[in-house]
Design a protein around this ligand. Structure first.
Ligand code: BES
Ligand code: ZN
Ligand code: MG
Length: 344
């Protein structure tokens, strides 16, 4: 790009866009990589390297199994125990606000490095796609790396739950009962519904940071793909304000989001879920949230691209990383309204 052809403002915009794109590419790389290579530990190390080189205002905690046990995250551990690969609770902090004690935004991501379904094993056709079942974790971590590169004046914490969902003699079985961090017991009807189990513990933990907002992203349900296909990420949120911000960000990037319901109707269906699977999964997560500004992003439908999104290559899409970066990019300007909403 020549300075003669473009003014300095265009140069700036170009540089910013390069950072957005590099965030999306980082996510794509990890999603495509085979699961025997992209283990929980490897994933955590890659994010650590990228975050550390993005900014010095960062901290990375690669929490091992013993820490997860101390935290009483029984729900997460019940999924991880089926695999020989140790789980990792990756926690990344970027403290970009001049006020280091300012309330953070907390992002949570599903990081199943391979989802075989466990004892409720999946059909073999297309099972290889489940190497990308860490797309939520990757997307939120990449967005935070990009926020650090952009030197945004915000505080943000990312929590990535990393493990494999495998069948073995130690794995969860249908009807097994586990206990989440908040003491709630969960009966596992189908071990392939592992995403909501690991997110439950992380959502409880997210509240301990007194966050401004909690946003989770997960390749959670095949039903989300049935509902919206690859047209948009489904957003389930208890806050219309947060919905508007995410929607606005998605209009700017073109990586769209669309609002889905969190009705009590679906909570009653959690046990015996038949139709509306994306909504019943979201209703399950709601049981672990007390925060008034929470959004759950079901990204199962936007995980891959055949050729329907012309500006993306075929394969894993790394969506909606750019929309999350755009949301963060705007969020500091909304600091005042964030406080207003919280106090009202
Ligand atoms: N990771 C899958 C969801 C998924 C499916 C993502 C296809 C991307 C493409 C998730 O863990 C899963 O297996 N969900 C089950 C839930 C069911 C057992 C209640 C599903 O959607 O079938
Ligand atoms: Zn899964
Ligand atoms: Mg599954």
């Amino acid at each position: 790009v020549s300075a003669k052809l473009y003014g300095s403002r265009d140069q700036e915009a170009w540089q910013k866009e390069v950072i957005f794109a590099s965030g999306q590419n980082l996510a794509r790389h990890s999603m495509e990589t085979p699961a025997n290579e992209m283990t929980p530990t490897r994933f955590a190390k890659i994010i650590e390297k990228n975050l550390k080189s993005a900014s010095s205002k960062t901290e990375v905690y690669i929490r091992p199994k013993s820490w997860i046990e101390d935290q009483a995250m029984g729900s997460f551990l019940s999924v991880a125990k089926g695999s020989d690969k140790p789980p990792v609770f990756l926690e990344i902090h970027y403290t970009g606000s001049p006020d280091t004690s300012e309330q953070p935004l907390v992002f949570v991501g599903k990081g199943i490095t391979f989802d075989s379904g466990g004892i409720s094993i999946k059909a073999s056709a297309n099972m290889d796609l489940m190497r990308a079942d860490m797309g939520g974790a990757e997307s939120i971590c990449s967005a935070i790396v990009s926020a650090a590169k952009l030197d945004l004046p915000i505080n943000i914490i990312g929590l990535a739950l990393l493990c494999e969902n495998m069948p073995s003699r130690k794995a969860n079985k249908p009807e097994d009962v586990g206990r989440a961090r908040n003491g709630k017991t969960i009966q596992v009807n189908n071990t392939d519904a592992e995403g909501r189990l690991i997110l439950a513990d992380a959502l409880c933990y997210a509240h301990t940071y007194n966050p401004k907002v909690i946003i989770d992203a997960a390749t959670l349900t095949g039903a989300m793909d049935v509902a919206l296909g690859s047209g948009a990420t489904g957003v389930f949120t208890n806050s219309s304000w947060l919905w508007k911000k995410l929607f606005q960000a998605s209009i700017e990037t073109g990586d769209h989001v669309w609002r889905m319901p969190l009705f009590e109707h679906y909570t009653r269906q959690v046990i015996d879920c038949q139709s509306g699977g994306a909504c019943t999964a979201a209703a399950f997560l709601k049981e672990f949230v007390t925060h008034p500004m929470w959004a759950h992003l079901d990204i199962a439908g936007v995980m891959t691209n055949k050729d329907e999104v012309p500006y993306l290559q075929k394969g894993m899409t790394r969506r909606p990383t750019r929309t999350l970066i755009q949301f963060l990019n705007g969020s500091h300007r909304d600091g005042v309204s964030l406080r207003l909403v919280l106090n009202s």
